[in-house]
Design a protein around this ligand. Sequence first.
Ligand code: CO
Length: 134
Amino acid sequence: MIGRLNHVAIAVKDLAASTALYRDTLGARVSQPLPQPDHGVTVVFVELPNTKIELLEPMGADSPIAKFLERNVDGGIHHICYEVDDILAARDRLKAQGARVLGSGEPRIGAHGKPVLFLHPKDFCGTLVELEQA
Ligand code: CO
């Protein structure tokens, strides 16, 4: 059911320093910072040949990643995103198998303008999973 790895999201405290690390030390192509107030984060996209890394910096104390950074003071992998062809079919299949879908269970428009859902990390090897309709 799941397809390509769309991105790995890494929560960071200092977006400028993390962007410089990926650009200058690792030699990756990086985007300009993109504020996403609807999601409570500012994002930098790191473009790799086969996938993307998203560096997420919290926007304010209410940001969904603020708590994560309290527990992971150096930053860390926040979620991974897999592509699916049909997000509603994927959701229904997962729910039928007992997986927990976060929030209302209805897809939201994600960082790339496409419908996304998040799955409970306890059901997926301790990893928060995002599904994005490709
Ligand atoms: Co994501």
